[in-house]
Design a protein around this ligand. Sequence first.
Ligand code: ADP
Ligand code: MG
Length: 281
Amino acid sequence: MSLRDFARSKDNLNNSGLNNASSVTLRDVSKSYGEEWLSDDVLKDVSIDFPAGELTVIVGPSGCGKSTLVNLMAGFEQPDKGQVLVNGEVIHGPAKDRMVVFQETALIPWQTTFENVIFGPKMRGEKSGKALKDEAEALLVKVGLGEFIHKYPIQLSGGMQRRAELARALINEPTVMIMDEPFRGLDAMSRSLMQEFFLDLFEENKKTNIFVTSEVDEAIFLADNLVILSNKPTTVQKVLKIKLPRPRDYKMLTSAEAFEYKREALELLHDEAMKSFAVLK
Ligand code: ADP
Ligand code: MG
């Protein structure tokens, strides 16, 4: 059975109660780094709505502030101006309702996949014993790692490590999943398999997903909403509604509709890239 068929199979559906989703709103968010006299203005009055239960992709040139946005939404950093709201409430720091998966693997190398997955809830004393064991095993099976429960991260491929991280995030039952270029660095084949796997997971549990990428094809393939950023000081250039039907298939990327989205996104991004190139010259 392929990974995709597995993710879609009936016995793998809805066995872990992962149904809540929250809305996230950025309201006039600005962020600079450094001292006033040498300040690096990264974000300028950024307002974005991330509707509950939808998959919103943020795409923008490298260095424009995508990870800064992730850190603000995760609550690792505070905006200089403006607010981050979850379900209409201003956030003041990290919380387990918002889970982040980064590009770099954050698995603990000397713990098995299973130990990595149970780490958070166990440390916080929220879940324990058989219930936690059963839940972790079910999640690892769900992400296709049933055979790799007792392996160490180094024994897993890059794609498997990302799936282990997804399981480790999902065990906290977040209402928002934030992914910061999670598939960057994977080879092309693993990357497209991971995109399909991730979509199936999303289409099944309909959490609020915020996915950051610099790849336009990946963005269009995944997104309900595509937020296109400018260069620094970064603002929102445009939000496109991607109306490709779900469940999605890679073949849809060759449709006239997808091509039109791609043309529009690339044009906007290209103009921004040219501006920063002109500054560098
Ligand atoms: P992206 O993820 O889009 O590539 P980042 O959010 O990582 O961009 O960075 C945006 C800009 O902010 C860069 O110019 C980077 O140098 C700067 N930056 C990010 N984090 C910090 C920090 N903690 N201190 C100083 N500058 C930072
Ligand atoms: Mg980044």
